[in-house]
Design a protein around this ligand. Structure first.
Ligand SMILES: Nc1ncnc2c1ncn2[C@@H]1O[C@H](COP(=O)(O)OP(=O)(O)OP(=O)(O)O)[C@@H](O)[C@H]1O
Ligand SMILES: [Mg+2]
Length: 292
């Protein structure tokens, strides 16, 4: 399936969109909350019911202990997003000061995501947060750059406003270069448009010189629920936001498949993944992710 990384220039709806996509997937799905500025799902949708003892930060120590430990920790730090357990989330950092500890963990995590997608049939959505640049490149600790390198698609989330486009414009060049030099190619890059302004998809595409690969509607009630500040809609799965997210996943899957067919670049990550990492699937199937 598809590994999709979502990023923004500034708080445009990355976390909300990632949740909507993960919850709407018709396949097993995983949301990895990898925003170095800290996660918001724990305090938001989960209303602080997940303790700091669960989540991304603990994978840094596990990775240092070896690939088997990482595979085991990964499965045990996932939290169910729904009753079925087919949709899960890896809760993010509780403090931005934890981000530097993850710097050497990202490449191994990128491999875990690939295993889940390629061998486990998971839709993997990565919340990679706001982009931070240093000398025209992705910042080594303030962005999870290796996750972007390894993703099938990297979506710059923008709103349909002039302001949002103006901020996003500065990010497209460095992102293109990064994916060309260290990822799977600049054609991994596209836009996820949040339709809350006057700009139409073709205008956004022209302004950023990027394809709009998917769009999501502006739906404050559902978004407030996903942020933990509003009541659950009576039929979440039928909401416009989740319906569109489901459609978006279909488009993204098709785009990723087309890319794979025309792939000119060698795979960014060594393949096949270490067998120990493949053990993550076995552990997930054993129900190790059933906490939360
Ligand atoms: N499709 C949408 N419809 C309505 N409101 C939305 C939508 N997407 C996001 N929002 C709202 O916009 C605000 C920012 O959204 P969100 O937290 O998802 O952004 P973010 O890019 O993850 O921000 P940050 O970089 O601060 O983590 C929230 O109040 C959220 O409810
Ligand atoms: Mg966020």
């Amino acid at each position: 399936m598809t590994v999709t990384a979502l990023v923004s220039a500034k708080s445009c709806g990355v976390t909300t969109s990632a949740l909507a996509m993960t919850l709407s997937s018709t396949r097993p799905s995983l949301l990895a909350e990898c925003d170095p500025a800290g996660g918001t799902i724990r305090a938001g949708l989960f209303q602080a019911q997940i303790t700091a003892g669960t989540g991304l930060y603990h994978l840094a120590a596990a990775e240092r202990a070896g690939e088997d430990a990482l595979a085991q920790a990964f499965a045990s730090h996932l939290v169910r997003l729904d009753e079925s357990g087919h949709r899960q989330v890896l809760p993010g950092l509780t403090d931005p000061a934890q981000a530097p500890a993850l710097a050497r963990t990202w490449p191994a995590l990128a491999q875990v995501m690939r295993v889940l997608s390629d061998e486990g049939g998971y839709d993997v959505v990565i919340d990679a947060g706001r982009l931070a640049l240093e000398s025209g490149h992705l910042h080594p600790t303030l962005t999870p750059a290796p996750l972007l390198h390894g993703a099938d698609l990297v979506l710059l989330v923008v709103r349909a406003t002039e302001h949002s486009l103006a901020l996003a414009r500065h990010m497209t060049g460095p992102l293109r270069n990064e994916l060309t030099d260290r990822g799977t190619g600049a054609d991994a890059l596209g836009v996820l448009l949040i339709e809350d302004g006057p700009r139409r998809a073709h205008e956004v595409s022209e302004a950023l010189r990027l394809p709009v690969m998917a769009a999501l509607p502006w739906e404050p009630d559902t978004a407030a629920y996903l942020a933990g500040t509003g009541r659950a809609p009576r039929t979440l799965k039928k909401s416009a936001l989740l319906n569109s997210a489901r459609t978006a996943l279909g488009h993204l899957q098709a785009a990723a498949s087309r890319r794979a067919l025309h792939q000119k670049y060698p795979a960014a990550l060594p393949a096949p993944a270490a067998p120990q990492l493949a053990g993550v699937l076995q552990r997930l199937n054993q129900g190790a992710g059933a906490r939360g």
